[in-house]
Design a protein around this ligand. Structure first.
Ligand code: PGA
Ligand code: ZN
Length: 418
């Protein structure tokens, strides 16, 4: 049993310069742990709610002082002096404090920060590396996830100049994290060179550190990625493949997908995805359709089965109920797992288990708003994610996670997933 002596919080700033929540959990044993909450820009409708101050005189209303005050007062009063057997006991107790289904009373940003800070405190108390403690919690054998590394962004993560939100590269030929990053760096440099030549700009980067030139179309983005892979000396489709976060909800309105100057209905969008798939080496399509179109997702799944992962982010929001529905209806075949979408580690673990029981692949993902905190690398390793999606290799909020993976590989003897 772990006895909490105090939880406290501070408002800090994330990679977009927006406020977020940093929590500290102190234990009677003298150990402590801290963690900061990430934040999305293209959030799904079913996500747990970040509590923002809505005080227009500070940070355009995005302040987190209310969420911080909730930790320092109500949550601290409820937790201080209490004993918890494990993470699940703590998280279940946190859920009783906020009876709003979307955690909007205390704030999902407050709750996830406390859930993670307690996890770190327990790992420290047990003298275990965080990944090992998380692996034991999930009863998983830890292994390093294969990175999906951001090359280009558009949509809500850049200036909206292209509809596709993120294009990532995956390096299937690499045998280690070190090699993944070396090859990704070659491709990124080649892409930056092409962007400089064709768009006259150098390293103008988006929210997750990817390049964000004014591509004329989705095809221009995809073909530029293939050109970068070739220019760097690798074989597209063999050494390096592509993954797309289409984030289709972001450009869906009035019943149509507004992309590349066209107005597509559901069938038109599925046709477009089929064309991309036929023309480019695409491993995975995330949020290819908008989050409310379950019939469309079933149709898309039939098109992608056996040819590419059909990855649900906004569709699923890491929600156990939505994952169960997606499995029952054959709506997709992979989970994008973001713990702050659901609000506690225990609920996220339930989502992971459901996905695994359904035979799905799991991509553990950062948010577009991140901090220097690196817990995500330990989570993805401890929970044996197939992939980790963290962003590009140009910003410390992203590199904090890649660097942690490099350290786990070199000093803890962990191996990369196949
Ligand atoms: P978000 O983007 O953090 O802005 O939601 C990440 C994603 O859509 O995968
Ligand atoms: Zn997404």
């Amino acid at each position: 049993m772990t006895r909490i002596s105090k939880v406290s919080a501070v408002e800090i700033l994330d990679s977009r310069g927006r406020p977020t929540v940093y929590a500290v959990c102190q234990l009677d044993s003298g150990h402590s742990g801290s963690a900061s909450a990430p934040a999305g820009a293209s959030t799904g409708i079913a996500e747990a709610l970040e509590l923002r101050d809505k005080d227009g005189t500070r940070y355009a209303g995005l302040g987190c002082l209310k969420a911080v005050a909730n930790i320092n007062s109500e949550i601290n009063q409820a937790l201080a002096g209490k004993r918890f057997a494990d993470q699940t006991a703590l998280d279940r107790f946190l859920l009783t404090l906020d009876d709003a289904p979307d955690k909007s009373r205390l704030g999902a940003n407050a709750i996830i920060a406390v859930s993670l800070a307690f996890c770190r405190a327990q790992a420290n108390e047990r003298a275990l590396p965080l990944y090992e403690h998380l692996a034991q919690f999930a009863q998983q054998r830890p292994r390093l996830p294969r990175p999906m590394i951001n090359l280009f962004s558009g949509g809500a993560h850049a200036g909206g100049q292209t509809a596709i939100q993120d294009l990532q590269i995956v390096v299937p030929c690499a045998r280690s994290i070190r090699q993944c990053l070396e090859i990704a760096s070659d491709v990124f440099r080649a892409a930056a060179g092409i962007v400089a030549e064709q768009y006259g700009m150098r390293l103008l980067t988006a929210d997750e550190g990817g390049l964000a030139p004014d591509f004329a179309s989705s095809d221009a983005m995809l073909s530029c990625a293939v050109e970068a892979i070739e220019r760097a000396g690798y074989r597209p489709g063999e050494d390096v493949v592509l993954t797309l976060d289409v984030a289709a909800s972001q450009f869906y309105s009035d019943g149509f997908y507004h992309i590349d100057g066209a107005r597509l209905d559901r069938d038109g969008m599925i046709d477009l995805i089929d064309k991309w798939r036929a023309a480019y080496p695409i491993l995975s399509i995330e949020d290819g359709l908008q989050e409310g179109d379950w019939d469309g997702w079933r149709q898309l799944n039939q098109h992608l089965t056996g040819v590419a992962m059909n990855l649900g982010d906004d569709l699923l929001c890491t929600s156990p109920a939505r994952i169960q529905r997606a499995i029952a209806e054959n709506a997709c075949d992979s989970l994008l797992l973001k713990v702050n979408q659901v609000g506690t580690l225990t609920e996220a673990l339930e989502s992971l288990r459901l996905a695994r029981d359904g035979g799905w692949k799991v991509v553990v993902s950062a948010r577009s708003g991140e901090t220097e905190d690196n817990w995500l690398a330990d989570l993805a390793t401890g929970w044996a994610g197939d992939y980790i999606k963290v962003g590009s290799i140009t910003q410390s909020d992203r590199l904090a996670k890649y660097n942690r993976l490099l350290i786990l590989e070199a000093l803890h003897g962990l191996k990369l997933a196949h």
